[in-house]
Design a binder for this molecule. Structure first.
Ligand code: FPP
Length: 245
């Protein structure tokens, strides 16, 4: 990243994103290219997660959201689902202490209730233990789908209307945003997708309305600090107009 300026000028660091969201795709292809099982690709993918979390914290990015398991991923072979749940258990066990020590807050978005009970319990414990941390908020999207999230928000709002505590005419975009799993979190500035597919895949459908989209052919296990810094450099070149001229 080029923060350097000619001598004498005041150095104003170029804008970094406040919230980075990532569709971590390509673990399976990474493994298949090496004639390895897809599960090995997910294991390498977990290493890339560590590298990206560390880099975001180091740069002072306040929010990072990783799409680790979608509502659609429940349709994968049971063996692959079990392996992914195992990796998440290992992530919580092995990285929990580092999250606490490095002042990183963990939050899960999605229907955590669908995860195995022991994993739910350890995620909830770690969310509690890191609740006051402030260097970086790591949002793990688990059993997450944008449509599912919006549907749950609609139900919650409908219940308030039914109870007589909310007038339908007073519902605004803010009301909806406040009933999403991401309430209180700014919308992502950047949506990165690795693995080259040009799709949103049901990720942060509401929140990504104005996100700058970066699709890279790099497969997720090969994505790390350098790739992330390149995306940030490109982000700094883009002009964001939010629908204005
Ligand atoms: C997509 O690759 C990736 C996933 C469905 C899971 C992402 C999980 C990890 C990166 C590891 C565990 C996460 C944490 C937070 C420790 P794919 O299998 O769809 O790849 P393909 O498109 O090449 O088949």
């Amino acid at each position: 990243m080029s923060f350097s300026q000619s001598s004498g000028e005041s150095v104003i660091p170029p804008a970094l994103p406040r919230h980075v969201a990532v569709i971590m795709d390509g673990n399976g292809r990474w493994a298949q290219k090496r004639l390895l099982s897809r599960i090995f690709g997910h294991e390498k993918g977990a290493e890339a997660v560590r590298a990206v979390v560390r880099t975001c914290r180091e740069l002072g990015i306040p929010f990072l959201t990783l799409y680790a398991f979608s509502t659609e991923n429940w349709q994968r072979p049971q063996m692959e689902i079990d392996a992914l749940m195992g990796l998440l258990r290992r992530f919580v066990d092995a990285e929990g202490a580092e999250l606490i020590e490095k002042n990183i807050r963990l939050k899960v978005i999605g229907t955590i209730e669908r995860l195995p009970a022991d994993l739910q319990a350890s995620l909830r414990r770690l969310m509690g233990d890191t609740a006051a941390n402030s260097a970086l908020q790591l949002n793990l999207a688990l059993s997450y789908g944008g449509r599912d999230e919006i549907t749950r928000a609609a139900r919650a709002i409908a219940r308030r209307v039914q109870a007589g505590t909310l007038n339908p005419e007073s519902i605004t975009e803010e009301t909806l945003a406040d009933h999403l799993d991401t309430r209180g979190i700014p919308d992502p500035d950047i949506l990165i997708r690795t693995g080259g597919e040009m799709r949103i895949s049901n990720f942060l459908l509401w929140q990504a309305a104005y996100a700058e989209i970066f699709v890279t052919p790099t497969l997720w296990p090969d994505f790390g600090r350098e790739s992330l810094l390149r995306v940030f450099e490109e982000f700094q070149q883009r002009e964001r107009r939010f629908g204005r001229v």
